[in-house]
Write a protein that binds this ligand. Structure first.
Ligand code: 13P
Length: 247
């Protein structure tokens, strides 16, 4: 059975000093981890975090990548640049990127392809808004978002990580119940199975107010293969508790 994956998404938080303190505390608690662990950090800190986690059980992730390869795209960071710093994972299509930066399914998938081409595992984020859930459109929305990736990536779809993050549960303290989350994860798994014989290898992470108190129940669900953790990944004690719940 594959190991679970717990990934922290630091979002736009951190400083050289606080990153170092957080990582030292995580590394001090890393002796008996049963799962894979990653931290997705702001781009300016890739070099710092690469140095601090070298040779440890923590892998490096980025939060976004350009859909372009190189050139006149001021402010953008390319997949090759991320790779240059040892980046193993890259979030694409986080709901905050879709919402505040107008990223469409096509842009998200182009980013995923850039990551794959550079040897980075894209973590393709999907999830419905509250209005979409209330309108009974959850399945339709997440299936459309994943279908875009399957359509473009083809049989290499088993090389990605999927993160289901209901938008209404992000940073709100509202979590999808384990059953609600599992229901959507099962839909995503079935969709992957229709696209690849390796669907069971794909990690499908849950994200949205995952914390020390609710992680174990969420992670016990059949198709929840890990977590994408925002706020609780910024506190070593909370993130360590979530990691401990993943076995
Ligand atoms: P919170 O855990 O803070 O709700 O954030 C979830 C998230 O967006 C992770 O990518």
């Amino acid at each position: 059975m594959k190991k679970k994956l717990i990934a922290g998404n630091w979002k736009m938080n951190g400083s050289s000093a606080s990153n170092e303190a957080l990582l030292q505390a995580l590394l001090a608690g890393s002796a008996n981890w049963q799962c894979q662990v990653a931290v997705c950090v702001p781009a300016p800190y890739l070099a710092q975090v690469q140095r601090l986690v070298a040779g440890s059980g923590i892998e490096l992730g980025a939060q976004d990548v350009s859909q372009h390869g190189a050139g006149a795209f001021t402010g953008e960071v390319s997949a090759d640049m991320l790779k240059d710093f040892g980046t193993r994972y890259c979030l694409v299509g986080h709901s905050e990127r879709r919402q505040y930066h107008g990223e469409t399914d096509a842009v998200v998938v182009a980013k995923a392809q850039r990551a794959l081409a550079a040897g980075i595992t894209p973590v393709v984020c999907v999830g419905e808004t509250l209005a979409e859930r209330e309108a009974g459109r959850t399945e339709e929305v997440v299936k459309r978002q994943l279908a875009a990736a399957i359509h473009t990536i083809g049989h290499c779809i088993s090389e990605i990580v999927v993160a289901y993050e209901p938008v209404w549960a992000i940073g709100t303290g509202k979590t999808a119940s384990p059953e609600e989350a599992q229901q959507v994860h099962a839909v995503l798994r079935a969709q992957l199975r229709a696209a690849t014989e390796h669907a069971d290898r794909v990690h499908i992470l849950y994200g949205g107010s995952m914390n020390a108190a609710n992680a174990a129940q969420l992670l016990a669900q059949a198709d929840i293969d890990g977590g994408l953790v925002g706020g609780a990944s910024l506190k070593a004690i909370d993130f360590l508790s979530i990691i401990a719940a993943a076995h």
